[in-house]
Write a protein that binds this ligand. Structure first.
Ligand SMILES: [Zn+2]
Length: 111
């Protein structure tokens, strides 16, 4: 993979990282402990509020997982390992990387 392609994947990864950080910040309020005061919850029941909080926490955990994969992919770019399968060492098809630049295995090894 040439330098300009690597730079393109780096931008893709960095853009996605920015999106995830922005989403996480936007949803920070939803992860706060549920208020006991029913007034602040409005018409939602406490049970609904707790359920929404649990969903917000699960989403945050997924975002954290994706951020870890992005950080790993960026360090593979720095180390010159990006685009090579972690199992067999062959080049990963570029179309596969386009779909998910954090992927670490080629199609054959992932199957
Ligand atoms: Zn492989």
């Amino acid at each position: 993979m040439d330098v300009s392609e690597l730079a393109r994947f780096r931008r893709m990864l960095e853009t996605r990282r920015e999106e995830l950080v922005a989403l996480s910040e936007a949803a920070a309020d939803k992860r706060k402990p549920v208020e006991l005061d029913q007034q602040s919850i409005g018409r939602l029941s406490r049970q609904d509020a707790l359920q929404q909080q649990a969903m917000a926490k699960a989403q945050e955990a997924r975002r954290a997982g994706e951020l870890r994969k992005i950080a790993a992919a960026l360090s593979r770019i720095d180390d010159g390992e990006f685009g090579y399968c972690a199992e067999c060492g062959e080049a990963i098809a570029e179309k596969r990387l386009e779909i998910d630049p954090t992927t670490v295995r080629c199609l054959a090894c992932a199957a």
